[in-house]
Write a protein that binds this ligand. Structure first.
Ligand code: AMP
Ligand code: MN
Ligand code: MN
Ligand code: MN
Length: 284
């Protein structure tokens, strides 16, 4: 019995409608599926509306971006309450920061000889939330790169001249927001944050002190050794271990819901531990 606690719909940078994701989760015979769009819960109503039609348990989540050790660290807010008005207004603030970043990125790209407009980027998206995925497609459509991946390599990847970072949360702030909305704050794909000789033991313990309660030990793009390392690290630190594919539809070709690149199997008993952690927070 397997679950998937990390995927994206067209309400952020995926290509599937939320209802389609619910059906896909059913077809993949998942017992639970959590929708975790970046900075928004806008896909959640349509997602949850599918519950009567599918066997898979549909769960609520989101993915936020933080600043940690000078880099961007993603944090999942799993099982947050979508009716929490304060959390929704905090997400509105995050999307405003994203829009501000997007406007500045358009200016920067024009300075680099790649003048695209906001309308060009909007034309690539099926929802109001614009991400670099949509910038990459707009740059390809306007002929400034041959294909979207080239945009990330030359222009808008994290280390590229056309990239403008957003004003990001601190890990403690993100954890508090998620906790206050009834959810569990989880470090998303730590293996993607830093590779090689990075000492995760100390950094993860630091994040734990800042309020992070879980880590993604199973992930669509981990190698077997990474999965083993992070699952063990989570157990050692007494953190909740979660897992998901990070499915983005056509925006991450080759990644399948629940299956990742093929070998992913997130055991469903993790969900019990996650829900126990959620209840623990509710009583604090
Ligand atoms: P944003 O949140 O607008 O800064 O965009 C970040 C999103 O762009 C990530 O969630 C990925 O989906 C995508 N992305 C970031 N870096 C790359 C890359 N090097 N290649 C492909 N997609 C990327
Ligand atoms: Mn994404
Ligand atoms: Mn992420
Ligand atoms: Mn993600």
């Amino acid at each position: 019995m397997v679950i998937d606690l990390h995927c994206h719909s067209l309400h952020s940078d995926g290509t599937d409608a939320p209802g389609g994701l619910a059906l896909l989760g059913d077809q993949a015979r998942l017992t639970a599926l959590c929708l975790t769009d970046h900075d928004t819960l806008d896909g959640i109503p349509a997602f949850l509306a599918m519950q009567p039609q599918v066997k898979v348990r549909l769960l609520v989540g989101t993915e936020l971006s933080c600043r940690f050790l000078g880099q961007s660290l993603h944090v999942l807010g799993l099982l947050v309450d979508p009716s929490d008005a304060r959390f929704q207004s905090r997400l509105v603030e995050l999307r405003a920061r994203r829009e501000d970043r997007n406007r500045r990125m358009l200016v920067r790209l024009a300075e680099l000889g790649c003048p695209i407009t906001l309308e060009d980027v909007q034309a690539q998206a099926d929802s109001p939330l614009l991400s670099r995925v949509h910038f990459a497609k707009a740059l390809a459509t306007r002929g400034f790169v041959r294909r979207p991946p080239e945009a990330f390599e030359r222009l808008i990847g994290d280390d590229c001249p056309g990239f403008v970072p957003r004003e990001e949360l601190s890990p403690s702030e993100a954890s508090r927001w998620i906790r206050e909305a009834g959810g569990v704050p989880v470090v998303a794909h730590p293996g993607r944050f830093a590779q090689g000789a990075f000492h995760w033991d100390e950094a993860m313990a630091d994040l734990q002190r800042q309020g992070l309660e879980g880590l993604e030990g199973y992930y669509g793009e981990y190698r077997a050794a990474e999965q083993k390392y992070f699952v063990a690290l989570g157990a050692r630190l007494g953190m909740v271990v979660t897992g998901g594919s990070d499915y983005h539809g056509a925006h991450k070709p080759g990644l399948r819901l629940g299956r990742g690149r093929g070998g992913l199997q997130v055991p469903d008993d993790l969900l019990h531990r996650l829900e126990a952690q959620q209840r623990l927070g509710a009583h604090r």
